[in-house]
Design a protein around this ligand. Sequence first.
Ligand code: UT7
Length: 322
Amino acid sequence: MSYSRILATGSYLPERVMTNAELESLVDTSDEWIRERTGIERRHIVADGESTCDLAERAARAALESAGVDPAELELIVVGTTTPDKIYPATACRLQARLGAAGCTAFDVQAVCTGFIYALGVADKFIKTGEVKRALVVGADTHSRLLDWSDRQTCILFGDGAGAVVLEAGEEPGIYSTHLHADGRYEDLLYVEGGVPLGGGEIAQGHAYTKMRGNEVFKIAVRTLRRIVTEALDANGMQPSDIDWLIPHQANIRIIEATARKLDIPAERVVVTVAEHGNTSAASVPLALDVAVRDGRVKRGDNILLEAFGGGFTWGSALIRY
Ligand code: UT7
């Protein structure tokens, strides 16, 4: 059996930056409250007319260029997204056409903030079984389009972006293991109404805005992430001290710190981008990975624990050797 190895990473953030100060003029909030309760200072927001596929393409091209891989060599494209450009075709198919990779397997995975981990887990299994040798895995979201800008609980949290990795089959890890979970019973705590209608021709039913019971989501996220990091280590007979980098989903600095404390991983070994990016949903983990690869923190041979938690609920982890 072969393993998947990350050949290279890439990412893209929209140009427009929205600061906490700007949000102060939209809702009853303050820069101080947002920093203290979430760790977020600013986030990037898509321009009118800019789509998830636009962000995904920029991130994918950056990853492919760094990997030295021609898009025509790709045998699989998986895009984790909850904000596809259209109900169909899948964003992965649109991306495939733009990259010039026609013919390969291409599909989206919808697991909200865990979207990239799910996409990575699925692509890893394609490679492990020998079905494909080279894959592109993208996490991309324009979550700002799902925000009610008068709801201070949610509009302060999210940003837009995309991250990508190119995977190749190899004899050694690579990806040691991925662990994917969901519990659909928590739908009421975090959801967006809307989608394919039950009858009639309307596209969205009700307001297609993120609705969240933040404090309850927070507590379950902390509990679940503590469990899942242990699951990933145990599955590989590893200790927290074997991990060089924790690269968590960037939803809230307090959730990140709670997970790092559980693992006893010092802050210097945790990649944190939440201050600059906010919660970019499926893009958050690959964005943070790309930042740490490009600034030289993550090096070849480092052991990295990736984890995420999001709507569904979904949650997952990937333990990898970079
Ligand atoms: O990606 C995965 C999905 N999402 C998450 O992981 C998000 C998880 N949740 C969170 O990050 C946090 O729950 C929030 C940041 C959303 C909220 O922080 P919190 O510490 O859980 O605050 P809270 O909801 O318990 O509210 C505390 C107070 C309330 O006021 P009172 O009732 O104590 O007077 C809120 O009304 O803070 C108030 N509040 C705000 N104040 C200023 C809530 N949002 C804001 C705001 N600005 N934006």
